[in-house]
Design a protein. Structure first.
Length: 328
C-alpha cells in the first residue's frame, strides 16, 4: 500500500486509540498471556559483557529474603525502612541477590565464587541452570577463585551429598581466609552461633585441603585478575581488579551488601560484617576509589546483573547500574 498523507493520519489515529479498545482487547490476551507452565519463569539469569579481551558472564543464583529487623547494626529500623522506601523496596524484608562471575580469557574459564549450591534458601539454588543456559559446562571450569568463606560464596563447590561440582578445576582461596577459618583452635573457641560457619568451610574444603591453592594479595591470581585486600566483612575478604587492554572492572565481592542500603549509607554495618569498623573503612576506601576513577564495578549482592558505576551523593554514594546491552 502506498504511503499517503491519509494512511499516515489513519495510523496516527490508530496509535492514539486507547490500548484497551475493543479491537485490541481481542488480541491482547494471546499476545501477553504466558504459555502454560512457563508463566512463573524468568529469562535465564546470565548477562555478558567485555572487559578488554576478557568476556565476563554474570550468573545469578536467585535470592534470599532477609528480615529488616536487626539487619543493620548501627541504624534504627525506621532509618533502614526509609532507605528501602527511597529505593522502592519492601518495608519488611530485603531481597538479597547472589551473582557470581565467569571470566572467559582466551578459552580458559575462571569462576569467581560459586553461589549457594543446594544449601541455600529455597529462592536460591538457580546457579547451575543459569550457568548451563549460558552455554557452560562445570567440567570445563579451569579455576575457581573464592573471595571469602561465607556459605553463599563457597557452598556451590560441593553438593550436600559430597560431590565436587567442578571436577577439573583448581581451587584458589585467599591465604588469610584459609588461615582464619581452618584454624581448629579458633573454631573451638568460637561462639556457638559461629561454629556452623567453621564446619561449613570444612565440609567444602576438607576433602581437597591438600590441593587448595592459597593466593596472596596484590598478586595476579589468574592472568588479568589481581587480588586486593578488603578485610572487615571477613578477615581475608578479597576484591579484585580485572584488567585487559583498556578495560577495567573492580570486582567488589561483599564490600557492600544491597547497594540501596550500604552504597547509599557506607557507614552502616550489616550483621554479616565480622569487623564492622574495618569493613566500614574498607567500604569507604573502595567506593571512593570507584567513584573518583569512574570505574565499572561488579557486586555479588547487587540486583542482577550487579554491574554499574558509583557516583558520590551527599555523605555517601549511589550505585548506577549499566544499561542493558544486547551486544556483548
Ligand atoms: Zn555474600
Amino acid at each position: 500500500m502506498p504511503i499517503t498523507r491519509r494512511t499516515i493520519l489513519a495510523s496516527t489515529a490508530l496509535a492514539a486509540t486507547p490500548i484497551v479498545g475493543p479491537a485490541l482487547a481481542q488480541t491482547a490476551p494471546s499476545a501477553t498471556a504466558p504459555a502454560q507452565g512457563a508463566g512463573s519463569r524468568q529469562a535465564p539469569g546470565f548477562y555478558r559483557y567485555k572487559v578488554g579481551d576478557i568476556e565476563v558472564t554474570a550468573i545469578n543464583d536467585g535470592f534470599a529474603q532477609r528480615p529488616l529487623e536487626g539487619f543493620v547494626r548501627n541504624a534504627e529500623l525506621s532509618q533502614v525502612q526509609q532507605a528501602m522506601q527511597e529505593a522502592f523496596l519492601p518495608g519488611n524484608a530485603l531481597p538479597i541477590t547472589f551473582n557470581t562471575l565467569v571470566l572467559n580469557n582466551g578459552g580458559r574459564l575462571t569462576l569467581i565464587d560459586t553461589g549457594n549450591g543446594d544449601m541455600g534458601a529455597p529462592t536460591s539454588g538457580r546457579w547451575m541452570a543459569n550457568f548451563r543456559a549460558a552455554g557452560f559446562d562445570p567440567a570445563q571450569v579451569n579455576t575457581v577463585v573464592i573471595s571469602h568463606f561465607h556459605g553463599d560464596h563457597i557452598n556451590g563447590l560441593r553438593l550436600k551429598d559430597g560431590t565436587a561440582v567442578f571436577p577439573n578445576a583448581e581451587v584458589m582461596v585467599p591465604s588469610a581466609e584459609w588461615t582464619f577459618w581452618m584454624d581448629d583452635a579458633r573454631m573451638n573457641q568460637a561462639p556457638e552461633g559461629m561454629k556452623g560457619a567453621f564446619q561449613g568451610v570444612r565440609r567444602v574444603f576438607g576433602p581437597i585441603a591438600n590441593n587448595v591453592k592459597r593466593y596472596e594479595m596484590d598478586k595476579e591470581v589468574v592472568p588479568g585478575l589481581t587480588a586486593v585486600a578488603a578485610p572487615g566483612h571477613t578477615p581475608g575478604h578479597t576484591v579484585y581488579m580485572l584488567s585487559s587492554g583498556n578495560g577495567k572492572l573492580m570486582i567488589m565481592s561483599d564490600t557492600t551488601n544491597h547497594p540501596a542500603l550500604f552504597v547509599r549509607n557506607p557507614d552502616w554495618s550489616a550483621v554479616f560484617d565480622m569487623d564492622a569498623d574495618q569493613a566500614r573503612a574498607t567500604r569507604r576506601r573502595l567506593l571512593d576509589m570507584a567513584a573518583s576513577e569512574r570505574a565499572q564495578v561488579a557486586f555479588y549482592h547487587a540486583p542482577f546483573p550487579g554491574t554499574g558505576h558509583i557516583a558520590k551523593e551527599g555523605n555517601g554514594f549511589r550505585f548506577v547500574p549499566v544499561q542493558w546491552n544486547p551486544a556483548v
